[in-house]
Design a protein around this ligand. Structure first.
Ligand code: OAD
Length: 418
């Protein structure tokens, strides 16, 4: 897979025109169900009962119950690493277009701007009667709606979901802009079964304009046999890998004695070995066995952090040591305080050599010099005096002492402005 991704990465020059079209698979890792396949929505629900104007005419309440249920489910979902990478590309590549068939709004929540939403948004509503007083569509985040169907504030008639149903026309401006974006250098189709038109046809347009075409999908689709490159992998893994392959992020850090490698999903094995090593387990995780899924989760969160913030967790390797990481170090956003928060851990075997200080200093230098972050915090349980000593040694100041998760915890910070 590495060589496939390198081939794609070579085509992603900073002046390349890049268009990405996504489908439900890109949100699967966030917990939003896809439409087709074993667990797909269309297995338990019928399009004709729920996603057509006729269904709404027959039974608006039943249709709304389904959309209200999906809105509640999506409200509890977070963007995943795939959304974050695409959001960072929308900033990084000046000629980037993101087209989505998804109505969940997760691309926007990850920070992508100007998303072309072919099928509308589940967060928009419109007046079913198209009354003169109401705009065509507007956003309403109510979850759940107190009454179904919700009523139009202008005429009192029923509201409809702001999605495009089967049998309805797509917004012509969105289609025109999408078609224009198929005149590109690289066209990606990501996490879509590639069977619903007109979206499915954009790929052919892109190919006829001479674009390199790439599919990212763990399953084969009708598009698989026609694209130039198939990446048979889940989007939340493939996109961070590809992003890391682009190499413009200052990801790896080196110091005199250490090399810090960003923890990405491809390093799950090394991370898992590190965290299940008896010495590390004992002091880091209260001797709990860390399941592989936890290591995968941490690696995914780290990849998402790297895609979004250019920091996350790094695995720390000693230049003199063989193979295994000696520990980890990094900045995370899901810590006990407002992020970014410094975190580190080493094998006890390596305690006393100043490795934790050396790795933490490299991370802080990256945070302050490259990323220009104003402040980094840290927290340590009071009995963990070793960590407290390391934090003081790297210039972090004690802020306060408070109970966190039932443990007496010391909070530290370092502030560039001080
Ligand atoms: P589908 O449910 O048809 O297809 C989802 C695709 O995502 C499948 O090909 C899966 O193999 C793939 N997939 C699953 N998990 C993935 C992952 N983690 N990473 C990458 N790919 C993954 O959804 P769409 O193609 O989006 O339309 O469906 C298109 C349209 O049909 C939807 O917009 C909706 C639906 O009916 C309307 O409601 C108008």
């Amino acid at each position: 897979m590495r060589s496939i991704l390198h081939r794609v990465a070579r085509a992603l020059g900073s002046d390349a025109r890049i268009t990405v079209m996504t489908g439900a698979g890109v949100s699967a890792a966030s917990g939003v169900p896809t439409f087709r396949g074993a667990d797909g929505l269309w297995k338990d629900f019928r399009v004709d009962d729920l996603a057509t104007p006729q269904a709404f005419t027959r039974n608006p309440r039943a249709v709304w119950e389904w959309y209200d249920w999906r809105r509640q489910a999506i409200a509890g979902c977070q963007p995943n690493a795939a959304h974050h990478v695409l959001a960072s590309w929308s900033l990084r590549f000046p000629r980037f277009t993101l087209i989505t068939q998804n109505v969940d709004g997760l691309h926007e929540r990850a920070g992508a701007s100007d998303v072309l939403r072919l099928h509308g948004s589940i967060w928009d509503v419109g007046c079913w009667n198209q009354c003169a007083g109401s705009p065509h569509r507007w956003r309403d985040d109510s979850v759940p709606f107190p009454v179904l169907p919700p009523s139009c504030p202008h005429c009192g008639g029923p509201l409809r979901p702001g999605v495009v149903w089967f049998g309805e026309l797509l917004d012509s401006e969105v289609v025109d802009r999408s078609l224009d974006a198929t005149r590109c250098d690289v066209f990606f189709t990501v996490g879509t079964s590639a069977i619903v038109y007109p979206a499915a046809g954009f790929l052919d347009h892109a190919r006829s304009h001479g674009a390199m075409t790439v599919e990212i999908n763990p399953e084969a689709t009708p598009a698989s046999s026609t694209v130039d490159v198939v990446v048979p992998e889940r989007a939340e893994l493939a996109l961070p890998e590809l992003d890391a392959t682009l190499g413009a992020h200052p990801l790896a850090l080196t110091t005199e004695r250490l090399r810090l490698e960003p923890l990405l999903p491809r390093h799950v094995e090394a991370a898992h070995q590190l965290w299940t090593h008896p010495e590390v387990r004992r002091y880091l995780w209260d001797d709990r066995i860390i399941p592989r899924e936890t290591a995968e989760e941490v690696a995914r969160a780290s990849a998402a952090d790297f895609a979004r913030h250019r920091f996350g967790l790094w695995l720390v390797y000693g230049h003199e040591e063989s193979g295994m990481p000696v520990g980890f170090c990094g900045l995370r956003t899901d810590g006990v305080g407002p992020g970014p928060e410094l975190l580190f851990g080493l094998y006890p075997t390596y305690w006393g050599r100043g490795f934790a200080q050396e790795a933490s200093r490299a991370v802080l230098a990256h945070a302050f010099t490259t990323l220009r972050l104003p402040r980094v915090t840290a927290a340590t349980d009071a009995p963990n005096e070793r960590s407290a000593r390391t934090l003081s040694a790297i210039g972090m100041r004690f802020d306060r002492r408070a109970e966190h998760n039932g443990l007496d915890t010391l909070f530290y910070s370092i502030d560039l402005r001080r």
